[in-house]
Design a protein around this ligand. Structure first.
Ligand code: NAP
Length: 313
């Protein structure tokens, strides 16, 4: 393996959090290196129109927004490499990050590895993602005004999505695999008392039907115990069965909740390891928005800059 590449700051992840951290650290002359994860641009590259990111009154396509952010980060000198970090040694500084073919070292590390929505793996789900299948009601709900919408899941996320989607849809089906919601009492009550939401209990999503041209047209469900099938007409299917934070690399090293979300100090992006900062969805299971991810990316960059400065004073 060649000599390690040494940088003052390395940013892991290229979603809104990572790229915002890159813009800020680059403008602070820290010459950051950003390592792209397996999904360059993060979750926004899997959505179509983004209508709620401030500054774009007509909306912007998710991939375009991410390309713009990348251009902006590069303009100020961010170096971007596409590779997957498989090992992180944070026991001493400089920190060492290993990929299959390279070794990187840095004084400060910004973790912006995001979270991945869970999918069911049923036919039509991935194929129609962005064409009626979505994992984000806040992002895509407004495209289904006066349409029938289906939400899959029974936790707080599914309840929140279903309630929010009643603002747009003529009707919202909520498909849950059991006969009881996992969600908290208040969220359960909100859903069950909403006249626009119809619960479909004990059913699982088997297939999403439609085409890229016409969007989603129906969902095929099967009964959890009898296996009986049922097809419902719907224009959208929101999968809300949870997210998995991309924090596996830091297991046993960075403090994390049981669910894998990294723990940061209150009102900060500092982790339990000095010099390591976390921003975006890998440390946020509450808001999970592009703009909040970008906001914490900015915080991480400013905290990194101040921390590095303090090391040399
Ligand atoms: P969650 O609590 O893990 O719920 C996931 C739901 O999806 C469960 O109802 C589960 O069914 C269902 N599910 C999982 N895998 C499935 C599969 N293969 N097929 C069918 N259904 C499946 O996830 P979450 O709702 O995203 O919540 C995650 C955390 O964030 C929770 O701690 C939650 O309280 C929190 N949260 C809070 C808020 C809020 O307070 N406003 C909003 C969102 C999330 P079972 O119930 O049968 O397991």
């Amino acid at each position: 393996m060649a000599e390690p590449t040494k940088k003052r700051v390395i940013i892991l992840g290229s979603g809104p959090a990572g790229l915002t951290a890159a813009v800020y650290t680059a403008r602070a002359n820290l010459e950051p290196l950003l390592i792209h994860g397996p999904l360059p641009g993060g979750q926004l590259t899997t959505t179509t129109d983004v209508e709620n990111y401030p500054g774009f009154p007509e909306g912007i396509m998710g991939p375009d927004l991410m390309q713009n952010m990348e251009k902006q980060a590069k303009r100020f000198g961010t170096e971007i490499v596409v590779d997957t970090v498989i090992e992180a040694d944070l026991r001493s500084r400089p920190f060492t990050l290993k990929t299959n073919s390279f070794e990187f070292q840095c004084d400060a590390l910004i973790v912006a590895t995001g979270a991945a929505p869970k999918y069911l793996g049923v036919p039509g789900e991935k194929e129609l993602l962005g064409f009626g299948v979505s994992t984000c009601a806040t992002c895509d709900g407004a495209f289904f005004r006066n349409k029938v919408i289906t939400v899959v899941g029974g936790g707080d996320s599914a309840c929140e999505e279903a309630s929010f989607l009643t603002k747009f849809g003529s009707k919202v089906y909520m498909v849950h695999r059991r006969d009881e919601l996992r969600a908290s009492k208040i969220m359960r009550e909100r859903v069950l008392s909403n006249p626009k939401i119809e619960m479909i209990w004990n059913m699982q999503l088997k297939e999403v039907r439609g085409s890229k041209k016409d969007g989603v047209t129906s969902a095929v469900l099967t009964h959890s115990s009898s296996g009986e099938e049922k097809e419902i007409e719907t224009s959208a299917v929101f999968i809300a069965i949870g997210h998995t934070p991309n924090s596996q690399l830091f297991q046993g090293v960075l403090d994390m909740e049981d669910s894998g979300y990294l723990v940061v100090k209150p009102n900060s992006t500092r982790t339990n390891v000095e010099g390591v900062f976390a921003c975006g969805d890998v440390q946020d299971h509450v808001f999970r928005q592009a703009i909040t991810a970008a906001g914490t990316g900015c915080m991480a960059a400013i905290e990194t800059e101040r921390w590095l400065e303090a090391q040399h004073s």
